[in-house]
Design a binder for this molecule. Structure first.
Ligand code: SF4
Length: 84
């Protein structure tokens, strides 16, 4: 691989990474405040609110790089966590 190929590869990888948008998850008002989700979050994006748990959408990484599926969704008994 010559220098041009290396530069082109770096350009395309960088462009690809910039276009990746990580979605977040949100806990809906059907949350029963059980707390199952909070300890499962690998980036501590979940915390208790007044009467339901809340996901800090700025912190949520969709579990990318941590789990094969969103950990909070997998444990929520009420299916109260949606992708936004
Ligand atoms: Fe945390 Fe993953 Fe749920 Fe996002 S999807 S709040 S990173 S457990």
């Amino acid at each position: 691989m010559n220098d041009v190929h290396i530069l082109l590869k770096a350009f395309f990888i960088n462009t690809y990474n910039q276009n990746q948008t990580v979605m977040a998850h949100r806990i809906t008002d059907t949350c029963i405040f059980c707390g199952a989700c909070e300890p499962e979050c690998p980036v501590t994006a979940i915390s208790p609110g007044e009467d339901s748990y809340i996901i800090n959408e700025a912190l949520c990484v969709d579990c990318v790089g941590h789990h094969s599926e969103p950990a909070c969704v997998a444990v929520c008994p009420g299916e109260s966590i949606i992708k936004v």
